[in-house]
Design a protein around this ligand. Sequence first.
Ligand code: UD1
Ligand code: UDP
Length: 395
Amino acid sequence: MKKTLDKLKVMVVMGTRPEVIKMAPVIQSLQQHPDQFQTIVVATAQHRGLLDQALSIFRIQPDLDLNLMNTGQGLPDLTGRVLSSMAQTLSKTKPDMVMVQGDTTTVLATALAAFYQKIPVAHIEAGLRTYHKYSPFPEEMNRRLTSVMADVHFAPTLSAKHALLKEGISDSTIVVTGNTVVDALLHVCELPEPLGHPVLSTLDFDQYRLLLVTSHRRESWGLELQNICMAIKEIVEKYPDVLVVYPVHPNPVVQSTAMDILGGMERIKLVEPLDYLTFIHLMKKSYMILTDSGGLQEEAPTLKKPLLLLREVTERPEAFDSGFAKIVGTNHQNIVKETEFLLNDRNAYEKMIRGDNPYGDGKAGHRIVQALCHWGKRAAPLLSSEEEFTFSLKN
Ligand code: UD1
Ligand code: UDP
């Protein structure tokens, strides 16, 4: 049986850009309670540049940096390296609990390393499901496998909690928190807009409607990503008042497809990945978003921007139920048709952005830390139902 702990030694592990953004509010909340938590921040650095960019915006300095990224890394190789490095790190540090966020290789391999040493795991953003084994790939499977190993499940929404319950996970180990990305986003929105970006500062955003594009998913590599790029090209050619900014993911596969099809076009700006602060200010200026990103599906409702999802399925149904997002897939003609619809029909556009944000209220980090505190004291429930995040559709 778990003993009661006066001060919990919590290891927070992150590997990629979205993990840093979404863990930052949790780290901040943990560090506000030094009497209750000893917080150890570990970067696997599955991402190098993107991770450092995000760490710097949130002023996080990892206590340990495993520096694991290789250019063009494959899944088995990366998984093996995270697993063995994290196993060593856990043996040396012996935390009372390990926290992971989301669905990356870092999450799965860290949870497995902790399981091998019988160290409890808390999983943030638990319970997102498509029930399509290969979409998103490998993230759907990473999430499911992590849920089996986790001891505490921080579900961002009620539907995520229901998915966990359906899989036989005990109600007493699940807390509905809202998504921590909303906490991060609200914090960053308060900060002044950074000026002087070499490309963005030259653009006249009043003259154009800005389509913000990101696409990087493994399951889209090849034909699907080519379709997406061809559709974007067609839209820009048809609409002289449209400007596209596409911060291209550093993955060599993504870079080469985007450059081949979209490089050199005047109103398509392929830029390096933007730091989170710059990116959020750009999102605020955008007319709409075309993306396959997970995090952007949660941010668009917070900033009240319509989003077209360049994927066939989503594990984040709330943005769609609330009207903010539409699944358009990766078919060239369909992407063009749905984008044109929103460019031409202002009523349809306005209708998409009327709802409330289903993803959070900016207090997720606080809820997670409160629940952890109860977990350390073996108090039940981890959080009272009145304190959990709730959201209900108005209509
Ligand atoms: C990873 C996650 C994905 C998440 C995405 C966020 C897995 C399996 N995938 O995908 O769930 O949506 O991060 O962006 O965990 N690279 C750099 N510099 C960087 C980052 C990446 O050069 O800062 C290049 C490297 O060549 C690297 C490659 O991108 O090998 C792939 O990185 P990896 O983390 O394996 O996969 P992502 O596609 O980034
Ligand atoms: N993002 C960013 N700069 C960019 C593109 C995205 O800071 O140039 C942020 C975005 O706001 C979101 C997160 O990165 O919070 C999403 O990361 P990504 O799309 O890489 O991963 P996913 O969310 O799909 O796992």
